[in-house]
Design a protein around this ligand. Structure first.
Ligand SMILES: Nc1nc(=O)c2c([nH]1)NC[C@@H]1CN(c3ccc(C(=O)N[C@@H](CCC(=O)O)C(=O)O)cc3)C=[N+]21
Length: 291
């Protein structure tokens, strides 16, 4: 058996087409959405993610606003960039690209973001709203990767209601926040959160109908840990260099898992493009709310 593909690239393209139509309608009514990014330093991964986000914006008609700061930017410099975007009416949503350089108090920066402009859905106010509302969809941004995972699964005709989802990883952007979304009554999954401190991780994973692998450890999920037919989402990304010196992206899921799983999201080409599409969706949703 070979797993069916959860095609994030194609699904993100469909979503971007839908968003382009909504942006055109907004523009026709005099409202122009604009995405801002705060990028600090020269990390090639971060630079390429931010470049990708602005390319996506151009595709759907969203304006781009960039705050690019040098690697030695101070806490005050970064906070000033956040304040500029908070004050800029052309910026309807923005992100601070993570991670910030060592020595910067990231939480202080994130809490300065105007929650109404939080395109990542990671501001404490917006995460808090996700905690507080169990029974209805909310009118505030959702964290992009969790929202992208749900959208990817649902748009392939799969229903998460009643399913046992085992999440691997306790990071803010995925592990800690995705359970809040999956256990909402309109999705209705049952969630187990595992991490590097979990005893007998393999047994937990083998009990899963759905695995969300977001540990950031290359190939940590191997075929023996997967129940035949399970839905597997490969979220983590590790950057490595192969024998030929070529840069390679490795997911958290070993390629042989495709022989056991029922559905598998490729990496790249799975959750990454969906994360970017949900970022755009947050910006468009915000602009529509503010009409
Ligand atoms: N404030 C903030 N918000 C983020 O959303 C955020 C962040 N910081 N820091 C880093 C992570 C990582 N992340 C990715 C987004 C898209 C792809 C993506 O589209 N990847 C392509 C491959 C891209 C490539 O080849 O480099 C794919 O999976 O097909 C990957 C990773 C967002 N992040």
């Amino acid at each position: 058996m070979t797993a069916q593909v959860l095609d994030g690239k194609a699904t993100a393209t469909t979503i971007k087409d839908e968003l382009a139509a909504r942006v055109a309608a907004l523009r026709a009514r005099g409202s122009t959405p604009g995405l801002g990014t705060v990028l600090v330093g020269e990390d090639p991964g971060s630079r390429s993610y931010v470049a990708g986000k602005h390319r996506d914006c151009a595709e759907v008609g969203i304006e781009s606003i960039r705050e690019d700061l040098p690697a030695d930017a101070s806490q005050a410099d970064i906070e000033a960039a956040v304040e500029r975007l908070n004050a800029d009416p052309a910026c309807t949503g923005y992100i601070v690209q993570l991670p910030l350089p060592g020595g910067i108090d990231t939480n202080r920066v994130l809490e300065l973001i105007d929650p109404a402009k939080d395109a990542d859905g990671l501001h404490p106010t917006n995460l808090g709203r996700l905690v507080l509302r169990v029974s209805e969809p909310i009118d505030s941004p959702l964290p992009c990767t969790p929202a992208g995972i749900v959208e990817l699964v649902q748009r392939h005709g799969l229903d998460l209601a009643g399913k046992h989802v085992v999440v691997l990883g306790r990071g803010t952007t995925v592990g800690r926040s995705i359970g809040l979304l999956l256990t909402r009554k309109d999705i209705n999954a049952t969630v187990t959160l595992t991490h590097t401190g979990t005893t007998d991780l393999a047994a937990h994973l083998r009990s899963a109908d759905v695995i969300v692998a977001a540990a950031g450890v290359a190939h940590i999920v191997t075929p023996d840990m997967v129940k035949p037919g399970a839905i597997v989402l490969d979220v983590g990304v590790s950057r490595t260099v192969d024998e030929a010196g070529k840069a390679r992206l490795l997911g958290d899921v070993h390629p042989d898992v495709a022989q056991v799983a029922g559905w598998l999201s490729p990496n790249p080409g799975g959750v990454g493009p969906m994360t970017r599409a949900m970022l755009l969706a947050n910006v468009v949703d915000t602009a529509e709310r503010n009409l």
